[in-house]
Design a protein around this ligand. Structure first.
Ligand code: ZN
Length: 495
């Protein structure tokens, strides 16, 4: 007995030793800029007016092709606006307008052996819900500049980014920057409805012209403020992967009839049971490479006990995963989720319906596939009265490793422009136009370089969308610094 006790005590001491050792030997993965002071590149003060004007041109996109054709004049005027506001960009770079409303610009590099880079930002915006208009402090398409903000639909998503890229390009051209690798700038017109006539058309053009990018950067995660639990510092989250999706329709056809003489089981009973079965059997929780990297990058920045846990993933993985799944956002990061979004059943209260259906929308973790989701749904329901019909689907993206050239480039740039912020890779749970560029690029990043707290995040696709003017200035500085860093970084790190 005594021997066993001694053995257990020794084991415990050894375990504590390992935990302490791992925690103490944690090395910060953060870069420290020269003196911790943000780069103070001057920004053209007209940039504010330019974003305001861009917001005033309504570029709502539609999935319906007829509505999109009706909106064409507004996209024409947006492209005219871009050309007249950024003449230096459009005269110095070669421009191609694809499908009449998507921009692709090529800035030819001096070294054709280097893989080109592409910066992407969509020009379209989501509609305004009519019943929310009264709640907007400034009309959605006013582009008002007031109280330190630029107001309106698109200020954040994604004209804030698009205009910042063009302001930065103009600065670089004025200073005579000559890129080594070719740099492409692209802007699609229908990201918000799937990107099939925008990003897809641009990607198609790139495929036809045998283009292959070494670096692709799109909208996505941000420099979050108070969003990552337990982190006091701002965290620049760089999206290194994004979830895929599939919508699965469940359909049941059974005899109906008069509600006064119901069958033991109706089509609707069978459907509801199937939906509940799927709901009650969630996918297994796991750490995808991006979330795994997120933990590694933040471990050394965490307060006391959390540092021990993050530094010893080998032991605490289960605990970390169960903490994550407690919140909706955390849960979405650690598993493939499914939610019923549409149900169609019944016409009248005294008629038993003969055909009923439900749509379940799944968001799939990188590493899993749409086929696995379909198979699992079939297996869980296990009822051949339920027809399982796969709908629109997109596979999850590849995960770009955090030791890639582009991640290091973005991290260096972030350290210079946001020296107070920590950088970490992360998983993007939403979908971006980057999915259309699968196979066209080696490295894909989803990062909107601007500071954002929970309130601002809530205005995405919501009410009172706006960007703080000093934050908008930082975004412009970020892109200018990125374009500059690409040059020196190529020489140091690529060859
Ligand atoms: Zn967007």
């Amino acid at each position: 007995m005594k021997k066993i006790l001694i053995f257990i005590t020794a084991l415990l001491i050894a375990l504590i030793g390992v935990l302490v050792f791992n925690t103490l030997s944690l090395k910060s993965k953060q870069l420290v800029s020269a003196n911790g002071v943000p780069l103070q590149l001057p920004v053209d003060q007209n940039a504010v007016e330019h974003l305001s004007q861009a917001i005033q041109i309504n570029t709502i996109s539609f999935a319906d092709s007829i509505k999109m054709a009706e909106a064409q004049p507004r996209f024409d005027s947006f492209i005219r606006f871009m050309k007249s506001t950024y003449p230096l960009v459009f005269t110095s770079l070669e421009d191609t307008i694809i499908n009449g409303r998507n921009i692709l610009l090529e800035w030819k590099g001096s070294d054709a052996s280097l893989p080109p880079a592409i910066l992407y930002a969509h020009m379209d915006v989501v509609p305004i819900e009519q019943n929310t208009i009264a709640q907007w402090k400034h009309a959605p398409f006013s582009g008002d500049v007031a109280d330190g903000y630029i107001w309106g639909r698109g200020a954040l998503d994604d004209k804030g980014s698009l205009i910042s890229i063009f302001e930065a390009l103009t600065r670089c051209l004025q200073k005579g920057l000559k890129p080594q690798q070719s740099i492409y700038i692209a802007s699609g017109s229908d990201e918000e409805v799937g990107g099939n006539t925008g990003a897809e058309a641009i990607a198609q053009y790139c495929r036809e012209n045998k283009l292959h990018f070494g670096f692709y950067e799109d909208e996505g995660l941000m420099v979050t403020q108070g969003v990552v639990p337990n982190m006091k510092k701002d965290v620049a989250l760089i999206g290194t992967a994004e979830k895929g999706y599939i919508t699965v329709e469940l359909m049941v056809n059974m005899p109906g009839g008069h509600s006064s003489k119901p069958q033991k089981q109706t089509a609707l009973d069978v459907l509801v049971k199937a939906v509940k079965k799927v709901h009650d059997k969630p996918f297994e929780k796991m750490l995808s490479p991006s979330t795994d990297g997120f933990i590694d990058y933040l471990a050394s920045e965490m307060p006391g006990p959390l540092k021990v846990i993050f530094a010893n993933k080998w032991l605490f993985k289960g605990l970390i995963l169960s903490e994550y799944e407690k919140t909706d956002a955390g849960n979405a990061l650690v598993r493939t989720t499914g939610v019923t979004t549409v149900m169609n059943a019944g016409l009248q209260d005294n008629v038993i319906p003969t055909q009923v259906s439900a749509k379940i929308n799944f968001r799939i973790l990188p590493g899993q596939t749409t086929q696995q989701v379909e198979e699992k749904v079939k297996e869980i329901i296990a009822d051949n009265r339920v027809h399982i019909i796969p709908g629109e689907k997109v596979e999850p993206s590849q995960s770009t490793p955090a030791n890639s050239w582009g991640f290091k480039l973005l991290q260096k740039t972030s350290a210079e422009v946001f020296p107070d912020a920590v950088v970490a890779p992360a998983l993007m749970i939403g979908s971006t136009d980057s999915k259309h560029f699968t196979g066209l690029t080696d490295e894909t990043y989803r990062f909107f370089p601007t500071r954002m707290d929970n309130e601002a995040i809530g205005s995405f696709h919501g009410i009172n969308e706006r960007i703080k003017i000093p934050y908008f200035m930082e975004t412009i500085r970020f892109y200018e610094t990125l374009l500059n860093n690409m040059q020196t970084f190529s020489a140091e790190n690529r060859k």
